[in-house]
Design a protein around this ligand. Sequence first.
Ligand code: PAF
Length: 277
Amino acid sequence: MQVVGPIFELRALRQQLSGTVGFVPTMGYLHEGHLALVKQARIENSNVIVSIYVNPTQFGLREDFGAYPRELNRDLELLREEGVDIVFVPSDDEMYPPEFSSWVDVEKVTERLEGASRPGHFKGVATVVAKLFNIVQPSRAYFGQKDAQQVVVIKRMVADLNMGIEIVVVPTVRESDGLAMSSRNIYLGPGERQAATVLFKALNLAQQLWWDGEKDAEKIRRQMTSLIQKEPLAQIDYVSIADAETLEELNLIDRPALASLALRIRKIRLIDNMPLE
Ligand code: PAF
């Protein structure tokens, strides 16, 4: 496994590869969710490239960029075990030199949900992913269903800008009690960790109601909300039943939909979702 920092070195290595290239962009501090993406990329491609880069432009001013967990040596060990060919670890100076002034701004699908709660977040995500795609030139790129809106945004960008990269979405990996794996879960204290299971419970309730034939989205949102309100440590940011493609809130569930939510468990903000399709 080769570990490279400078962009010119990555490009030189990329040129020597033949066959397909599966790419997994990450911000490091890898968990089973990331490794599921890597495993699928390994099965489906001749070569696998993973990037580790904590992208400053997708964090808001009051968010946890400085405190975001980082553990490069452990990450590299895990990636070596998965048979990754190249790990790209670029520096801030190369990704965002002082004269940097071009941004990718995906409209509409970024206005709701995470986009509304975290202004500028998806501009940072789309910009860094576009840069990584240009540098790595993958055949396929792998993203987790856990960040459902990110997937919608990246698919839109790839289609709009004719990038010709296949976007592969991998199901969310969960702890045994249903909590979706996330690098931010380490911030949860024991009581908070228990309280965090309310996200999965609310999504299960949504899915159960929908399986039972409930088509009224507002009724489902209300039932999810009242379940969450029984958890004293949880504070709701949003509870959504939206069109799976446009992310517009639905009244009637008459097409593929996405149940999603963002909660604060004390200070820790967590998101999760479940497709209703
Ligand atoms: O999902 C993530 O970890 C990040 O948003 C990504 C796609 C690596 C871009 O920084």
